[in-house]
Design a protein around this ligand. Structure first.
Ligand code: ADP
Length: 424
């Protein structure tokens, strides 16, 4: 069976979020880390969807376009039926991009003339009404996003926001049409397209709206949005008999090997999860100030961990309370402190995997990126969900490893030990 949906995501955790949504809708899904080399064989033997994770949300627009086009070319060579461009449900972007320029470039590359923009994700409180994006009960421009350090969102009117990022006028499929269902939505698409509109923001306040929008997008070469709107796409493939009935798409090969947790996130949720695990399992603290002083703390952590592994999961963490983090940053510099820890965690991960760790949980987006790169992992099959938004995955190729990559604030208090229970 061919790969049906090929997606380009503008960041790593966003890509995982999309994968998770597709798996929940019965599509077996693979996440590629970065644009695969041209010669990388498509993992299409048993994948219904492939998501290429980029790191392009805040890079200059030309670079984001180049990355997205490279990803699209690779997906095209794989032979996907429909393309998806995934961005954040808060439409994170600046007036220079990167949502508009990437969407335009993908439309051009696919020789297509129309797509939608729909970041709505009602389950997480993101809704679009009359073209305005709400976060919970407030407009995007009144939410915390107005102060985001990289992509401050000070205008909630997405028709206007996207309009500043694209060459052509942006249209709106308003709530009244969306409420009437797929046929009416399609009729508005046709009208907008006939008038030369290339991008249409689509209102959506419920998951039912998203399913109707998905149905209306069956014939579009490119759909853009948050992971919410992807919910409605698998049903189209099923209707066309390209996808079997909904079934459990999250099955992974059996897990084996020792269990370890590496934490480099200082987010509140992670700090709580560390306390819970420390109460039940042995733990080692990687002190960033010692790293800064040139001490080989990674070697110490490894020497400590290896004899412990046979007894059950171990925890190695660098995470600290905000005051301690600030102290370390004042002494070493923010970037340097982060880089030292990421380097140490990467080295620890490499050696622990060589020592037989086969089930690894990593907490922290940047930390996970460093670990995955150090292990040389290029693709992940998405497995069962541990807590909302965080699935188990399995690396494709060597080393064969079960991995749970958790962005800082995700997961319940018992996440670390719960993760291993989900696998067994
Ligand atoms: P999150 O997903 O919570 O943002 P990340 O891993 O993306 O977590 O980012 C956390 C950053 O903080 C990493 O660069 C990590 O190396 C750094 N870090 C972790 N512990 C400390 C510490 N004790 N002092 C300073 N920086 C730290």
């Amino acid at each position: 069976m061919a790969v049906l949906l090929g997606a380009v995501a503008d960041d790593f955790t966003g890509a995982t979020d999309l994968c998770n949504t597709l798996v929940a809708q019965g599509m077996r899904t693979i996440q590629m880390i970065g644009v695969p080399a041209a010669a990388t064989a498509a993992p299409n033997a048993d994948a219904d969807a492939v998501v290429v994770a980029l790191k392009s949300r805040t890079v200059p627009a030309e670079e984001a376009v180049a990355q997205a086009l490279a990803a699209a070319r690779w997906l095209d060579a794989v032979g996907v039926e429909q393309f998806f461009f995934k961005y954040c449900s808060t439409f994170d972007s600046t007036d220079d991009g990167n949502i508009g320029p990437v969407a335009d470039a993908l439309l051009d590359a696919l020789e297509s003339d129309f797509t939608i923009a729909c970041p709505a994700f009602p389950t997480n409180g993101r809704t679009v009404f009359k073209g305005h994006l709400f976060v919970g009960d407030v407009l995007l421009s009144e939410s915390g996003m107005r102060n985001h350090p990289l992509t401050p969102m000070t205008d909630a009117n997405l028709v206007r926001v996207l309009g500043r990022q694209t060459r052509t006028p942006v249209g709106l499929v308003a709530y009244e049409a969306v409420e009437r269902g797929a046929a009416q939505i399609r009729a508005v698409f046709d009208r907008l397209r006939a008038a030369g509109t290339r991008h249409a923001v689509v209102d959506a306040v419920t998951n039912k709206n998203l399913m109707e929008i998905g149905a209306a997008c069956a014939e579009l070469e490119l759909v853009t949005g948050g992971s919410g709107v992807a919910m409605g796409l698998p049903a189209n493939f099923r209707k066309a008999r390209a996808l079997g009935p909904p079934e459990d798409a999250s099955a992974l090969p059996p897990a084996a090997g020792h269990r370890a947790v590496l934490a480099g996130s200082c987010s509140e949720a992670t700090l709580g999860q560390i306390e819970r695990m420390k109460a039940r399992r042995p733990a080692f603290f990687v002190n960033v100030l010692e790293l800064g002083a040139g001490k080989d703390v990674a070697a110490e952590a490894i020497a400590w961990a290896i004899p412990e592994l046979a007894g059950g999961p171990v925890l190695i963490y660098a995470s600290a309370q905000p005051e301690e983090v600030k102290l370390a940053q004042d002494e070493l510099g923010r970037e340097e402190a982060g880089a030292l820890i990421e380097e140490a965690m990467a080295a620890i991960a490499r050696t622990l995997v060589e020592a037989g760790v086969g089930r690894l949980v990593v907490a922290g987006g940047e930390t996970a990126g460093a670990v995955v790169a150090a292990l040389g992992i290029r693709a992940l099959r998405i497995g069962p969900e541990i807590d909302p938004g965080v699935p188990w995955t399995m690396s494709l190729g060597e080393p064969a490893l079960h991995l749970a990559l958790k962005s800082g604030n995700f997961g319940g208090p018992e996440f670390f030990l719960k993760a291993f229970d989900v696998l067994s």
